[in-house]
Structures are given as structure tokens and as C-alpha cells.
Design a protein around this ligand. Structure first.
Ligand code: ITT
Length: 199
């Protein structure tokens, strides 16, 4: 199945491609400008991103929207994870802001949530969610991954952060790995080439 990838984040594309190896993934056309992600939920934002690429290309598009939900912050930053430290924040700004927000807090549990979604030119869509629980570490460790990876240690990962793992190790337990494995299963569950639509 041929899918245009809606994400502009190359690190995400690497992780997605490692899971969807049986799909024909087409890079996001550089002619498509930045898409405003103003949805209220991860699913809304994934749909907004995918629809923008369908509108530009006329082809089925694949999107991912992800949020980090921190228990002590009542689930923030969630859908606002890209701009936790303010508009235009860098990954380092967001990491520093989150460590400051958790300074002195006993509960450092958190969870990454991804909604993976394919939108088809005829308006059908298929979506799947993936979640991983873990903790926010006291300080950043590791150089791999992106975003909050240097301060997120998934449960069952031996205390290592995602930034200390290879792409395959991260995918094995991550929100994104889980979401895209579920999405691949849904897309092929009919046992043929016809995509499955839940609605
Ligand atoms: P696209 O919208 O182009 O797909 P993005 O980087 O803006 O890429 P999201 O809106 O889904 O992606 O993600 C919001 C933020 O959450 C992102 O800026 C990162 O800081 C963080 N994030 C997402 N996935 C992550 C991951 O696997 N590990 C660590 N941080 C992640």
C-alpha cells in the first residue's frame, strides 16, 4: 500500500519506516507548507496533518500526533507538547521547562501517547493509538531520539531513557511503535489489499 507521510519530523519518519517496512512510504512533498495543528486532541491533529497532505497530493496520507502526559501536571503538556516552553520552543527548551516544572515533585510518572492515522482521498480513515508508561528522569541522558527522549525512561527499559536506545529498541516498547504496529494490523486485517475502515 502506498502512503504519503505527513510528518515533517525526520526522526519520526525513521521510526515509522522501521515499523511499516511492508508499505510503500512516500516522503512529505516539500511544496506543502507548515500545517497549523490547532485540534483539541491528538486524533484531531493527526487528521488535520493527514488531510492537508491528501489535499495537496490526492493520495492516501499517513500522520502521527504524539503527546507526553505527565501525572503531576494533570496530563500536561499532552497535545501541547511541542510548545511546552512557549511558541517556537526548541527540544532543549521543552526538556528544561519540564524538569523545572517537576523540580521537587515526588511523582515523576508520565506516559507518551501516539495516534497514528491514515486518511484516504475518499474520506475514509483508519486510526490506532499507542501508549507507553514511564518516568521523567532527574536529568537528561543519551543522544539518540528526539524531543523529550533524553528524560523519558520507559517502564521495563532497565532505567535507560529512549535517547539511550536504538531505533529498534525504542520501537519495541514505544507509543509510536505500538501505534504503528496496530495501524499496520488494521490496514491489512482484511487479509487483502483493501484497507479496513472502522467507521
Ligand atoms: P509532525 O507534526 O510534523 O509530525 P512534530 O515533531 O511536530 O512532527 P508532534 O506534534 O506529534 O510532532 O509532537 C509534539 C512534540 O512531542 C514534539 O515536538 C516532541 O517534542 C514530542 N515528541 C513526539 N514524539 C516523541 C518521541 O517519540 N519522543 C520524544 N518526544 C516526542
Amino acid at each position: 500500500m502506498r502512503l504519503v507521510v505527513a510528518t515533517a519530523n525526520t526522526a519520526k519518519v525513521t521510526e515509522i519506516a522501521a515499523v511499516l517496512h511492508d508499505f510503500d512510504l512516500v516522503p512529505r512533498p516539500s511544496s506543502v507548507g507548515e500545517v497549523v495543528e490547532d485540534g483539541d486532541t491528538l486524533e484531531d491533529n493527526a487528521r488535520i496533518k493527514a488531510q492537508a497532505i491528501v489535499a495537496a497530493t490526492g493520495e492516501a496520507a499517513l500522520a502521527d500526533d504524539t503527546g507526553l502526559e505527565v501525572a503531576a501536571l494533570d496530563g500536561a503538556p499532552g497535545v501541547y507538547s511541542a510548545r511546552f516552553a512557549g511558541p517556537g520552543a526548541t527540544y532543549a527548551d521543552n526538556v528544561a521547562a519540564l524538569l523545572r516544572a517537576l523540580d521537587g515533585r515526588a511523582d515523576r510518572t508520565a506516559r507518551f501517547r501516539t495516534v497514528a492515522l491514515v486518511y484516504f482521498p475518499d474520506g475514509r480513515e483508519v486510526a490506532a493509538e499507542g501508549v507507553v508508561d514511564g518516568v521523567i528522569t532527574i536529568s537528561p541522558t543519551g543522544v539518540g531520539g528526539f524531543g523529550y527522549d533524553p528524560i523519558f525512561a520507559p517502564d521495563g527499559g532497565g532505567g535507560r531513557t529512549f535517547a539511550e536506545m536504538t531505533v529498534d529498541e525504542k520501537n519495541a516498547v514505544s507509543h509510536r511503535g505500538r501505534a504503528f504496529r496496530a495501524l499496520a494490523w488494521l490496514l491489512t486485517a482484511a487479509g487483502g489489499d483493501e484497507p479496513v475502515s472502522p467507521a
